[in-house]
Ligand binder design. Structure first.
Ligand SMILES: N=c1c2ncn([C@@H]3O[C@H](COP(=O)(O)OP(=O)(O)OP(=O)(O)O)[C@@H](O)[C@H]3O)c2ncn1[C@@H]1O[C@H](COP(=O)(O)O)[C@@H](O)[C@H]1O
Length: 107
């Protein structure tokens, strides 16, 4: 499965958890607690990511980064957005810088 397929399929699961039973789904329980709780989780996971990097723990860094990406996807879904909008923005920026690099090489 390609990387963006993982993001897209996980986003579909997150969408399907809207209206699901909060007692049997972690994601549904986050939606039920509301925006501030989701933002708190994103902040916590960002801090844990920073600590893992500062401690020079590569395996822990990957683990915490996955938690951060996951909770960021939950936040996007809660806001009616998804990974495709973020990937499109990154692709747009990459396209712009790619053109600039090409022009500077040719100039
Ligand atoms: N990828 C994840 C995923 N990553 C992390 N987590 C949960 O995120 C939480 C991370 O919290 P912490 O690191 O703070 O650890 P914790 O102290 O145990 O958690 P808290 O008590 O602080 O909430 C844990 O409860 C993890 O289980 C995830 N929960 C779910 N998913 C995916 O989301 C899908 C839907 O999940 P459900 O809604 O639970 O079915 C699943 O199929 C998975 O693919």
């Amino acid at each position: 499965m390609s990387d963006d397929r993982v993001l897209e399929q996980l986003a579909q699961v997150l969408e399907s958890r809207k209206g699901a039973d909060a007692s049997s789904s972690y994601v549904a329980s986050l939606y039920a607690k509301g925006l501030d709780s989701i933002l708190k989780k994103v902040g916590e996971e960002a801090t844990e990511t920073v600590v893992a990097a500062k401690n020079g723990e590569p395996d822990q860094l990957v683990h915490e980064m996955a938690d951060l990406w996951f909770h960021s996807l939950v936040l996007l879904a809660h806001q009616g957005l998804g990974p495709q909008q973020v990937l499109a923005e990154l692709e747009r920026r990459f396209g712009l810088s790619g053109l600039e690099e090409k022009a500077s090489r040719q100039g």
